[in-house]
Design a binder for this molecule. Structure first.
Ligand code: PLP
Length: 387
């Protein structure tokens, strides 16, 4: 690997393409090789070139871990087989009876993992409004070990002031985990604002092409990193080398893609704001958006995700979701192609009846990198069907 100290001075775009990705010393290959070998030769017992067995460490995975850690301004990076595998690895830090405070808007799968898998094992959880830091401070449950937040949240795109939450959590001896999937490190680096661990579903913007499932953790604390790396190997939720290669390839264009995601999202927001069938547009750049001030403070731009509610309620939402042609009706987000979905019936169905339930007139868009004009025409045509 190259000189990480020198590389840390490089710009984001340069680090995305070069950190962890020096030309292969044996062949000169410019692209990081996909090392499929599950085991690595030892010259004598315990003497090897840094790799023993591929669950414990793999060269393609190491390249990805070095690269994304650098993008998050983190000392340590750990790659996983999925975002939820990464999250599960973090939850294994909980001491017996340790509580998780989860923001009251979050990905349904995160809610399911915390509330339905971990909680029955004796780890309590509560949903809290993390935009209200005064209330968080006043009503702090003493058994809290982890505060878990997304910003922007999925699917309401509420933004949380990471530094303010970290200040309360640290004063009470808890750690702060920030799911940075929606913002990506190009738009927001949570560790710089006091977060302890950053989580990613690499399936989304990091991979960027809807062709790989992956997860990632980034952090600075050496002892937490040691514990997480121990569990990564002990529990074994690691990604395949080919998947690591795909994420690494996606990350090379992250900056370019995010610029276009953001500008296309702005065009879509303008269209939605002017359409009579739309009730409310949720986008962090809008001055009346919950957490707009936090977003303006901690993000470089406002992202490619846009949500909106419709005056015609659930029927209107379901009609729009099936009426677009370029926006494909599908789960997931963060890739080059635009997607549309109904969170209440799709990504957040598991949160029905919980404090994280979402409005049924809500539609969520992952605005891709196609022509902004075509995306707006597609949406306008679908919305016009409601009148
Ligand atoms: N975090 C967020 C914000 C997500 O949207 C998702 C998946 O949609 C996840 C985590 C889980 O990631 P994965 O599907 O890669 O397991």
């Amino acid at each position: 690997m190259g000189d990480l100290e020198a590389q840390s001075g490089w710009g984001f775009e340069t680090r995305a393409i070069h950190v962890g990705q020096d030309p292969d010393p044996t062949t000169g290959a410019v692209v990081t090789p996909i090392t499929l070998s599950t085991t690595f030769a030892q010259s004598s017992v315990g003497e090897h070139k840094g790799f023993e067995y591929s669950r414990s460490g793999n060269p393609t995975r190491s390249a990805l871990e070095a690269c994304v850690a650098s993008l998050e301004n983190a000392k340590h990076g750990l790659a996983f087989a999925s975002g939820l595998a990464a999250e599960d690895n973090v939850l294994r830090l909980l001491p017996p009876g340790g509580r998780v405070l989860l923001g009251n808007d979050a990905y349904g799968g995160t809610f399911r993992l915390i509330a339905k898998v971990w909680s029955p094992l004796g780890f309590p959880w509560s949903a809290v409004d993390l935009t209200d830091v005064a209330s968080l401070r006043a009503n702090w449950p003493s058994d809290t070990t982890i505060v878990w937040l997304e910003t922007p949240t999925n699917p309401l795109l509420t933004c949380i002031d990471i530094a303010a939450v970290a200040e309360v959590a640290h004063a009470n001896g808890a750690i702060v985990v920030v799911d940075n999937t929606f913002a990506t490190p190009y738009l927001q680096q949570p560790l710089d604002h006091g977060a302890d661990i950053v989580v990613h579903s690499a399936t989304k913007y990091l991979g960027g092409h809807s062709d790989v499932v992956g997860g990632f953790l980034a952090l600075n604390d050496d002892s937490l990193a040691e514990r997480l790396r121990y569990t990564q190997n002990a529990a074994g939720g690691v990604p395949a080398p080919f998947d690591c290669y795909l994420v690494l390839r996606g990350v090379k264009t992250l900056a370019l893609r995010m610029e276009r995601h953001c500008s296309n999202a702005r065009a879509v927001v303008d269209l939605l704001l002017g359409h009579p069938a739309v009730d409310r547009v949720l986008y962090p750049q809008l001055p009346d958006h919950p957490g707009h001030a936090a977003a303006a403070k901690q993000m470089n731009d406002f992202g490619g995700m846009v949500s909106f509610t419709l005056k015609g309620g659930i029927e209107a939402a379901l009609t729009v979701a099936k009426s677009t042609r370029i926006f494909t009706l599908a789960e997931s987000l963060g890739a080059v192609e635009s997607l549309i979905e109904h969170p209440g019936r799709m990504t957040h169905a598991s949160a029905a009846g919980s404090p994280l339930q979402v409005p049924d007139s809500l539609v969520r868009l992952s605005v891709g990198v196609e022509s902004a004009h075509d995306l707006c025409e597609d949406l306008r045509t679908a919305l016009d069907r409601l009148s």
